[in-house]
Design a protein around this ligand. Structure first.
Ligand SMILES: Nc1ncnc2c1ncn2[C@@H]1O[C@H](COP(=O)(O)OP(=O)(O)O)[C@@H](O)[C@H]1O
Ligand SMILES: [Mg+2]
Length: 267
């Protein structure tokens, strides 16, 4: 019997001073999965991840990750998940080195004193090699380009442990080469290690050949299925308006929207 990766029932979330960000969201996705969450700006993608992590409390309904209730068992959930937030809160004025960022992925879940062992360092090196950034081991993080930083943050998640990788817009603000690398590394990592991936993305096109399930959101669930099923003109028009087009090329469906790929977000 397969286990449920993420499931929500009648989930409604409202920010204290704001509007309803998610309304009556119900869906279920089984493990193992590389799952994409897509939808335009403000459709509740980041809110869904934060609620799944237990960082936000729903006003009604429920959400569970690998069987754990996000509201009541958030400590257990944080042990299972390696989370890459939408814009990392690493203070860029502090001259922290790449190695310290990646080692943080190993050390954060340990008890103090948090000292990196030889194994921690080996795993951190391997993670950086995967994203082609190992030569930057001693380099200050704040001197890297946007794409290089994002690759280091993905390496931090790879170096950490836990059966779920959760990434919020890891491709935003990155160059084409970094995008290609990040997508390929995540796809391979998912199949090699049986790790679940939940990835919020603006653009399904770079990842659709790796993804098992796509959740299309606009404050509520508009569609859930395999990439080709969700790449449906009628569904996409509901979400992105009449400018949305689906193009078929070499046996794949690609989606063209007027979405800028630049997401608004809040701290
Ligand atoms: N901290 C916040 N306070 C108030 N409203 C917020 C906050 N964060 C997000 N929102 C609102 O909730 C809705 C969903 O936001 P978000 O989950 O960030 O969407 P997405 O990640 O899909 O762009 C938007 O209308 C946004 O303005
Ligand atoms: Mg977001």
């Amino acid at each position: 019997m397969s286990e449920t990766l993420l499931e929500a029932h009648g989930l409604t979330v409202r920010y204290p001073e704001g509007e309803v960000a998610l309304k009556d969201v119900t869906f279920s996705v089984e493990t193992p999965s590389f799952m994409a969450i897509i939808g335009p700006n403000g459709s509740g993608k980041s809110t869904l991840l934060k609620t799944a992590l237990g960082l936000l409390r729903p006003i009604s309904g429920s959400i569970r990750l690998l069987g754990h209730d996000s509201t009541r068992e958030s400590a257990a959930i944080r042990r299972l998940v390696r989370y890459v937030p939408q814009r990392d809160r690493i203070e860029l004025t502090v001259p922290i080195k790449v190695k310290d960022i990646v080692l943080m992925g190993r050390l954060l879940k340990k008890r103090p004193p948090r000292i990196a062992s030889r194994t921690d360092k080996r795993i951190a090196h391997e993670a950086l090699q995967r994203v082609n950034m190992d030569e930057f081991w001693d380099h200050p993080f704040n001197e890297l380009s946007g794409g290089q930083r994002q690759r280091v943050l993905v390496a931090r998640a790879l170096a950490a442990e836990g059966p779920v990788l959760m990434l919020d817009e890891p491709l935003a603000g990155t160059d084409a080469e970094s995008q290609r690398l990040i997508v390929q590394v995540l796809g391979e990592y998912h199949t090699e290690n049986d790790v679940n991936i939940i990835m919020v993305t603006h653009d399904l096109n770079p990842i659709h050949s790796y993804v098992d399930n796509v959740l299309l959101l606009r404050r509520t669930v508009i569609g859930l299925g395999k990439p080709c099923d969700v790449m449906d003109p009628a569904l996409l028009t509901q979400v992105y308006g009449h400018s949305a087009r689906v193009v078929e090329y070499a046996g794949h469906r690609y989606c063209v929207t007027r979405d800028t790929g630049v997401d608004r977000h809040h701290d």
